[in-house]
Ligand binder design. Structure first.
Ligand code: SF4
Length: 530
């Protein structure tokens, strides 16, 4: 089905274009929540000055697929020599990167141009089945073409939306990201960078952005640096100078052979243009709002980012191992007598690295424990997987995980997981492991109890649904709810000790309730849908 509509925003004289055709249409409310983890925000990617910008973006988005699986899109900027003007090409759709771009001619023939941005979506505001919410958003306004991809959540979106609507702005999507485009379009400043700066001065909360203009790629990050955003470079020998790339995580750089240059700093607006390529110096601006210190999302290290990525200037693998080591130090599991064999298994895949840290440290501390592969995860249970009538959580967990019974039977089993959210999945996992007849089960978690929602881009369930709240933080009661012989969470001081810089620059609000940026009106993600 072709969806190509141009919506005229009369008051602001901008054209909000939802362009491209959708290779797959359907509602995506039935998300794969089998793992019972919070869903995160989005993945963003941008590239400037590369002859195959769209293909590079495709690979970048593929590497960032774990950050959002609901929808994806790529916008390219193409200079039409014969018409002496710029054109933005767009292709967006619901589904995984490989599905939406399965026709190679889309990348090779439709998405022409040497600069591109891309976005993988998991919605945190804006309903997932509203097709207009698929990013990157594109506008054509008085300053030219502009496309935007956003990772994070704006905490003053409700106030902004009411204000902008009362002034005549027509919102096309229900996503908070659209407000940034309206603010840019309404700016009275001359020059896009000043218009963008004015828009970012008006928004609060979490944003890592890639913005494509006719002649530049702009990367920007909120003053707190909640979400990661890295800068890289692709060396080129084609006489055109190097290409620059920005991405949520550096795993996207590895796939396309880009080298890591550094972080886009909190509060920075970094401009990558022809001038920067030629001089080797990129122009850097800053939003006016300042934070005394960054507040990076510590949950990116615990669960969300890939272990082969470097975020916030540190390797995720290194931090995750340290989380496991400190957990073993704080809450060891000792063999129960001379004949007892303690095995440690991870809940794959996000807990694999921390489990290595747990085992190494346990052995160092004198406990003879052994790493085992006791849980096997199916990687092929996707959004389109047809559930039989027995559509219970127990069955869903079984479609995703199975036990290696010979490994578990008769053993003292330590299960290492990165977090417990509702507790329902953990409970089913424990049941599954219990069926394999272990001697005992000891659950170890590499983060403190989650007791508060996130307003900065991670989709947690309500407070009432969080198991740590249901039992008011009573670990014994949570242990009996899960059906384990013992349960231990990593303490807050140890979690912070595992992070770079002693954890001084991190947001811990979902554990502590201390929110670094106030939220004007907490809303559900589909609150603005009619
Ligand atoms: Fe990350 Fe939790 Fe802070 Fe959200 S509240 S940004 S998930 S640490």
């Amino acid at each position: 089905m072709d969806v190509c509509q141009q919506i005229r925003n009369v008051s602001n004289t901008i054209n909000l274009v939802c362009s491209g055709f959708f290779s797959y249409l359907g509602t995506v409310n039935e998300r794969d929540r089998i793992e019972g983890k919070p869903r995160c925000h989005c993945g963003i990617f941008g590239i400037f000055n590369h002859p195959e910008a769209a293909v590079m973006t495709y690979y970048g988005l593929h590497a960032l697929q774990h950050r959002g699986q609901e929808a994806t899109g790529i916008i390219t900027s193409e200079y039409l020599e014969e018409r002496k003007k710029w054109r933005f090409n767009s292709h967006k759709g619901v589904g995984l990167v490989a599905d939406v771009f399965k026709d190679a001619t889309i990348l090779k023939q439709h998405l022409k141009g040497s600069s591109a941005i891309g976005h993988n979506r998991y919605s945190t505001t804006g309903s997932s089945d509203n097709l207009f919410n698929i990013q990157p958003f594109v506008v054509n306004y008085k300053g030219g073409n502009l496309a935007l991809g956003h990772n994070g959540n704006l905490t003053n979106f409700q106030t902004l939306r009411v204000r902008l609507q009362s002034e005549g702005t027509i919102f096309q999507s229900t996503s908070d990201s659209e407000a940034i485009l309206h603010l840019v379009a309404r700016s009275k400043h001359a020059g896009q960078i000043h218009q963008i700066k004015e828009a970012l001065d008006a928004v609060d909360g979490a944003y890592s952005l890639v913005i494509l203009t006719d002649t530049s790629l702009i990367a920007a990050r909120d003053p707190y640096g909640f979400r990661p955003l890295a800068l890289g470079r692709v060396r080129q020998q084609n006489g055109q100078g190097d290409a620059f790339v920005v991405a949520s995580e550096t795993c996207a750089f590895d796939l396309i052979g880009a080298e890591y240059v550094g972080e886009v700093e909190p509060g920075e607006i970094l401009v990558i243009d022809r001038d920067g390529i030629e001089t080797g110096t990129l122009k850097s601006y800053h939003v006016s709002k300042r934070s005394p210190q960054p507040h990076h999302c510590i949950f990116e290290y615990i669960y969300f980012s890939r272990p082969d990525s470097k975020i916030f200037g540190e390797n995720v693998d290194k931090v995750r191992r340290k989380l496991g080591k400190l957990l073993a130090e704080e809450s060891p599991v000792h063999p129960d007598g001379e004949d007892d064999r303690v095995i440690v298994i991870s809940v794959p895949d996000s807990s694999n690295t921390a489990t290595l840290g747990f085992v190494t440290e346990s052995n160092k501390l004198g406990d003879d424990v052994r790493l085992e592969i006791g849980l096997i995860r199916s990687h092929y249970v996707g959004r389109t997987f047809i559930q039989p009538d027995q559509n219970s959580r127990e069955f869903k967990v079984k479609t995703k995980f199975n036990t290696v019974k010979g490994v578990i039977r008769g053993r003292t089993v330590v299960v290492v997981d990165d977090s417990i959210v509702r507790g329902t999945t953990s409970k089913q996992l424990v049941k599954l492991i219990r069926e394999a007849e272990p001697k005992s089960i000891h659950f170890r978690v590499t983060s403190p109890p989650i007791r508060h929602p996130c307003y900065y881009g991670m989709d947690f369930p309500s407070r009432e649904e969080l198991v740590a709240n249901r039992y008011e933080g009573d670990v014994q009661m949570i242990a009996s709810e899960l059906g384990v012989d013992s349960l231990a969470y990593l303490s807050m001081p140890k979690m912070l000790a595992a992070a770079p810089n002693g954890g001084a620059n991190y947001c811990t609000a979902c554990f502590s309730g201390e929110y670094p940026v106030p939220v004007d009106r907490p809303v559900t993600k589909d609150a603005n849908d009619s």
